[in-house]
Design a protein around this ligand. Structure first.
Ligand code: HEM
Length: 159
């Protein structure tokens, strides 16, 4: 992204309004949304790892939690973008911010591969111990989301 575009972005009325007035509220909402994303994903991933709710079918757990995950993820993206535009140039050059975005993309790819490939055989392991590919997806997911949260927290200390 060009510096000219980022400077234009942080000069927009919305960016100035959020940056000057609403940043603390927007960041608080970001943290609440993140807590729901991480909390629901950890419950699904630890079920995949066979650590919790093993008497419940995996689909029973995922169908009830993933709508919350996606809703909270949308809220995280909206509040994240609102914070980003308020200080676009410095966030764009912020290394923890860049690593966080990379880890977010990898977490998305991991989820897409799980949904598109591994989940197809769920009828065979819905109530049994998930196969290695499913357990790996759970472990990779937990690791990546811990990274997203850690680097997210680090952003404010690196600017
Ligand atoms: C679900 C995905 C996300 C997670 C888990 C996440 C995680 C975090 C965490 C833990 C913080 C630190 C909050 C604090 O302690 O004050 C944070 C801050 C932040 N996040 Fe996110 N975030 C997500 C998505 C996004 C997106 C999509 C963007 C922007 C495009 C973004 C931009 C920011 C910014 C700008 C900050 C403020 C840093 C600061 O100045 O303190 N986040 N995020």
């Amino acid at each position: 992204m060009s510096v000219e575009f980022l400077e234009w972005l942080q000069g927009t009325p919305l960016a100035l309004y959020v940056g000057e007035t609403w940043f603390p509220l927007v960041e608080s909402l970001h943290v609440i949304a993140i807590a729901i994303v991480a909390g629901t994903i950890f419950l699904v991933d630890t079920r995949l790892l066979g650590l919790v709710s093993t008497k419940l079918p995996f689909t029973y757990v995922s169908e009830r939690l993933l709508p919350w995950t996606w809703g909270a993820f949308a809220a995280s993206v909206l509040t994240g973008v609102l914070m980003f535009i308020g200080n676009a140039v410095s966030y764009y050059e912020n290394t923890p911010f860049r690593v966080k975005m990379l880890l977010l993309a990898l977490a998305g790819l991991n989820m897409l591969f799980f949904q598109g490939v591994t989940f197809r055989s769920v009828a065979e392991w819905d109530l049994a111990r998930p196969p290695a590919a499913a357990r790996a997806a759970g472990l990779i997911s937990i690791t990546l989301w811990c990274g997203v949260i850690g680097f997210g927290r680090w952003i404010g200390f690196a600017s």
